[in-house]
Design a protein around this ligand. Structure first.
Ligand code: HEC
Ligand code: HEC
Ligand code: HEC
Ligand code: HEC
Ligand code: HEC
Length: 258
């Protein structure tokens, strides 16, 4: 491994950002001339919800984040191509699942998890939809087609997959609709949450908080069903969320049931 210090120290501050200035993993990597793919990875990490929440490189990669001595820092760090690396395709559900229990538990119920256990590389894992640092989320436009058609597309080897192409395409279309709906409902959920916080009357606020609780419970159900690839359960949870939001909205509306 060649350490190159040719990038001036200024780049450290630029890449690492103020909040993370004391993480040797971030600081040292920011000073390296890394290949383009890794640079993109580091930029995406910097802008991600993980970085803002204080999740570190070591949380996903292992290693010792309290030293600038490279050999010690990398103790236990393995390239993700290595079968035992925590960032290996097959190990990601467990690695991410340490913090995202519900999604991990749900994915484990799916046929895809069994494929991952058999080390079928194309099988979807957490980063298939979220990107390597979860800086992005699967888009509706083409996202599912691009990532899932290998097995569920019209040209896939359906005998091996066990789902005929037409059913696979229908599953992807339903998934796309659910995903789009979850996005819209997510924005509405944020809006009503803010509206509830603005309520002055404590008893109204209390009532509204109960309604919000129901909305959040449906959100969690939707997330769980989606990650288990249980499309009907996902649709039911989205329906429940939509009507709970509609009810709360009309209660909050001027002249509504306040
Ligand atoms: C003193 C500098 C330094 C520190 C500290 C450091 N790294 Fe690295 N790291 C490097 C260099 C240099 C490379 C090699 C880059 C290359 O090959 O292009 C590297 C490579 C890696 C790789 C790729 C390994 C591979 O085999 O491909 C990972 C993953 C990684 N580091 C994670 C971490 C984590 C996590 C930490 C903190 C616990 C950390 N590093 C701390 C300098 C550092
Ligand atoms: C949320 C988990 C997560 C975090 C946080 C994270 N990485 Fe990664 N990293 C991955 C995954 C997964 C890969 C595998 C490649 C891919 O899927 O794109 C990877 C790949 C890499 C690689 C390329 C070598 C390899 O092993 O594939 C390097 C180098 C690296 N990460 C360094 C870092 C550094 C430095 C940080 C902190 C600034 C960091 N990563 C933060 C998940 C993470
Ligand atoms: C050390 C704990 C930890 C690990 C490991 C971890 N995460 Fe996270 N993740 C968090 C925290 C904390 C947040 C921010 C929660 C919040 O903002 O409510 C988060 C947020 C997210 C989000 C929401 C992002 C957004 O923009 O709102 C997704 C998606 C996500 N993580 C996926 C992953 C994936 C995929 C992996 C593995 C590659 C992973 N996480 C590994 C702790 C972790
Ligand atoms: C088939 C694609 C897909 C896979 C595979 C996937 N996710 Fe997700 N994930 C989603 C979608 C869609 C959402 C809904 C939010 C959005 O669209 O951003 C989501 C949301 C999340 C959230 C935010 C939950 C919230 O309450 O806001 C976390 C955390 C998360 N996923 C973690 C994971 C982890 C960990 C794994 C692997 C065990 C994983 N995801 C696998 C598609 C996926
Ligand atoms: C490596 C092949 C492979 C890939 C890639 C793949 N799947 Fe699957 N999928 C399968 C197999 C195998 C089954 C189980 C078929 C059966 O049980 O008959 C399945 C089942 C499903 C089901 C039905 C689940 C159920 O419980 O009935 C849905 C929905 C699904 N996949 C969606 C997706 C989505 C969305 C993606 C992309 C994120 C995806 N698949 C990527 C192989 C794959």
């Amino acid at each position: 491994m060649i350490v190159r210090w040719s990038v001036p120290v200024l780049a450290v501050a630029a890449l690492a950002g103020a909040a993370s200035a004391q993480d040797p993993c971030i600081d040292c990597h920011a000073a390296q001339e890394l290949d383009e793919v890794v640079q993109v990875h580091l930029r995406q990490f910097r802008d991600s919800a993980h970085a803002s929440a204080g999740v570190s490189c070591a949380d996903c990669h292992g290693g010792n984040p309290s030293t600038f001595v490279e050999l010690r820092a990398h103790k236990g760090v393995l390239n993700s191509a290595h079968r035992d690396s925590p960032t290996n395709h097959w190990n990601l559900p467990r690695t991410c699942g340490r913090c995202h229990d519900a999604e991990y538990g749900a994915l484990r119920q799916s046929a895809h998890y069994a494929l991952l256990e058999r080390q079928v590389h194309a099988a979807p894992t957490c980063t298939t939809c979220h990107g390597s640092v979860a800086a992005q989320s699967l888009g509706v436009e083409g996202g599912l087609q691009a990532r899932c058609s290998h097995c569920h597309g019209p040209d896939a080897d359906h005998e091996e997959v066990g789902i005929p192409g037409e059913a696979g395409q229908e599953a992807l279309a339903r998934g796309g609709r659910n995903l789009a709906r979850q996005r819209v409902l997510g924005r509405q959920r944020a809006d009503v949450s803010r509206a509830v916080l603005r309520l002055r009357d404590p008893s109204k606020r209390h009532e509204a908080a109960d309604a919000l609780f129901a909305i959040n419970a449906s959100w969690d159900e939707a997330i769980e069903a989606g990650h288990a690839f249980h499309w009907s359960d996902w649709e039911n949870a989205l329906d429940a969320m939509a009507s709970a939001i509609a009810e709360l909205r009309s209660a909050l509306a001027p002249g509504g049931d306040r």
